[in-house]
Design a protein around this ligand. Structure first.
Ligand code: MLT
Length: 411
C-alpha cells in the first residue's frame, strides 16, 4: 500500500481560486445567459508588450536553425536576463544585487511555494493574515504546521493580523519566529509596507536570526515615491531577506511564466551542527535537481522589457490596470463601500456591507450583478468581512461591473 502525505488532508477544501472557478462554473451552468464579469483571480487580460512579442518571435526563429538552437539553458537562467534584472531593478536604484544572486524561474507562485523546502521542518513560521494562500498551504503540505483549529488558524503558525486598525501593516511578533513571509504591495489588501515598517522587520530578523521571505511580485505597481520597491532598500536586508519578483503582473506573463528569486550570497541558515550554510547554494541544489529552467523564448521575451521602449510599454500596461483600479475604488466609494488599496497595487480590498461574511458577499455579487470577486476569508481568518476585486480586467468590463454594482447591487 502506498501511504499518502497526510499533511495534505489538513488543508480544507480546494485551493482558493479553484474553489471560486468551481462555484462560478456551477452558477454559469444554472444561468447560461448571465454575462459574468470576472474580477476574482488576478489574471491579466491585456496583450503582452510589443517588445516581448517581437523578442519571442525572434527567439522562435533562432530555434529553427542548428546554429542558433538552444537546448537546456544555464541553471540559474540566461545571463542576458539576469544582467538586465540586476541593472534595471537594483543597480539603477542604488542597490547591490549581483547576477549570481538571481535565479530565474517559471514564476513567483512556484518560487514562493518551493522555497520552504530548503528550510528545516522545525522552523517556526510567521505569516501575515490575510495573505496570498500559497505561503501557508505549502508549509501545511510540508508538515511545518499542526492541525487546523476552529478559529481558522493552523496550530504552530504565528499569524500577523493585517486589519484596517493597523493600516494592514503586520506588527512584530512578541515571540521568536524563524521564517517570516511578507508581501508588499500586498496581495490581497493592495496596501504596502513603509520603509519604517520594513526597517523594523529587518531589525527583528537580524536580532532573532530569522529569514524574511519578501514577495514583491507587484512592485511595478507602486506609484508613490516613498514606498520601497525592494526589501534591499533597507540597510542590513541582505543579511536576512530573500526577495521574490515576477514578470506575471509587471509585463502580463501570467500565461507565459517567468519570475525570479534573489538570494544574497551572505544569507545563511544553520545546519544541525550549528554551522552556517549559504542559502543560495541550497536553492541552486534544489533547482538544478527539480527544475530545468524557463524556456529560452520566454527569457528573451522577459529581457525585452529592459530597454527604453520596453520600459515605456510596461508603464503603459500598468497605467491601464491602475486606471481600472481607480474606476473600481471610486465606484465603491460612490455606493458607500469602504475600499483600500488600488493606489500602489492592482487589488482593491473592500469592507463588506453590514458585516456580511465574505463568501455570502461573493454569492450576492455573483447572483445580483454577475460579478466575480474573491472572498477575503480565503486569504486567512482576518480577511473575513472583506472582499477583493482585481483591476486586471478589460476596461469595458471593469466599467460595466461598476455600473452594475452602482445600479443593481442591493446593499
Ligand atoms: C491572485 O489572484 O491572487 C493571483 O493571481 C494568484 C497568483 O498570482 O498566483
Amino acid at each position: 500500500m502506498a501511504f499518502i502525505n497526510d499533511n495534505y488532508q489538513k488543508l480544507p477544501g480546494s485551493y482558493l481560486f479553484s474553489e471560486i472557478a468551481k462555484r462560478v462554473a456551477t452558477f454559469q451552468s444554472k444561468n447560461p445567459s448571465a454575462k459574468i464579469i470576472r474580477l476574482g483571480i488576478g489574471d491579466v487580460t491585456q496583450p503582452l508588450p510589443r517588445v516581448c512579442i517581437d523578442a519571442m518571435k525572434h527567439a522562435v526563429d533562432e530555434m529553427s536553425s542548428a546554429e542558433t538552437f538552444r537546448g537546456y539553458g544555464p541553471e540559474q537562467g540566461y545571463e542576458f536576463l539576469r544582467d538586465k534584472i540586476a541593472d534595471y531593478n537594483y543597480k539603477r536604484r542604488g542597490l547591490n544585487v549581483d547576477i549570481d544572486e538571481i535565479f530565474i524561474s517559471d514564476g513567483s507562485k512556484c518560487d514562493c511555494g518551493n522555497i520552504q523546502e530548503i528550510f528545516g521542518l522545525n522552523n517556526k513560521i510567521a505569516i501575515a493574515d490575510p495573505v496570498y494562500p500559497v505561503y501557508l498551504d505549502t508549509n501545511v503540505m510540508a508538515g511545518r504546521t499542526g492541525e487546523l483549529q476552529s478559529d481558522g488558524h493552523f496550530e504552530g503558525v504565528v499569524y500577523l493580523p493585517c486589519i484596517s486598525e493597523n493600516g494592514f501593516s503586520p506588527s512584530i511578533p512578541t515571540e521568536h519566529v524563524d521564517l517570516i513571509y511578507l508581501c508588499s504591495p500586498n496581495n490581497p489588501t493592495g496596501t504596502t509596507l513603509s520603509k519604517d515598517a520594513l526597517e523594523m522587520w529587518v531589525d527583528y530578523a537580524k536580532a532573532n536570526d530569522s529569514i524574511i521571505l519578501y514577495d514583491s511580485a507587484y512592485a511595478a505597481y507602486i506609484t508613490e515615491d516613498d514606498v520601497p520597491r525592494s526589501i534591499y532598500e533597507v540597510d542590513g536586508a541582505r543579511d536576512c531577506a530573500i526577495e521574490f519578483r515576477s514578470f506575471s503582473k509587471t509585463a502580463g506573463f501570467t500565461g507565459t511564466r517567468c519570475g525570479y528569486v534573489v538570494i544574497p550570497r551572505e544569507l545563511t541558515g544553520a545546519n544541525h551542527h550549528g554551522e552556517r550554510v549559504p542559502l543560495k547554494n541550497l536553492w541552486l541544489r534544489r533547482q538544478t535537481t527539480k527544475f530545468n529552467g524557463t524556456a529560452y523564448i520566454v527569457q528573451r521575451g522577459a529581457e525585452a522589457i529592459y530597454s527604453e521602449e520596453g520600459q515605456s510599454q510596461v508603464k503603459e500596461l500598468i497605467g491601464y490596470y491602475m486606471e481600472n483600479a481607480k474606476i473600481i475604488r471610486e465606484g465603491l466609494n460612490e455606493v458607500g463601500l469602504q475600499a483600500y488599496g488600488g493606489v500602489n497595487a492592482p487589488y482593491i480590498w473592500l469592507k463588506t456591507p453590514n458585516g456580511m461574511k465574505s463568501w455570502d458577499f461573493f454569492d450576492k455579487l455573483l447572483n445580483e450583478v454577475n460579478v466575480v470577486g474573491t472572498p477575503g476569508a480565503g486569504f486567512g481568518p482576518c480577511g473575513e468581512g472583506y472582499f477583493r476585486l482585481t483591476s486586471f480586467g478589460d476596461r469595458n468590463n471593469t466599467i460595466e461591473a461598476m455600473n452594475r454594482i452602482k445600479s443593481n447591487l442591493n446593499i
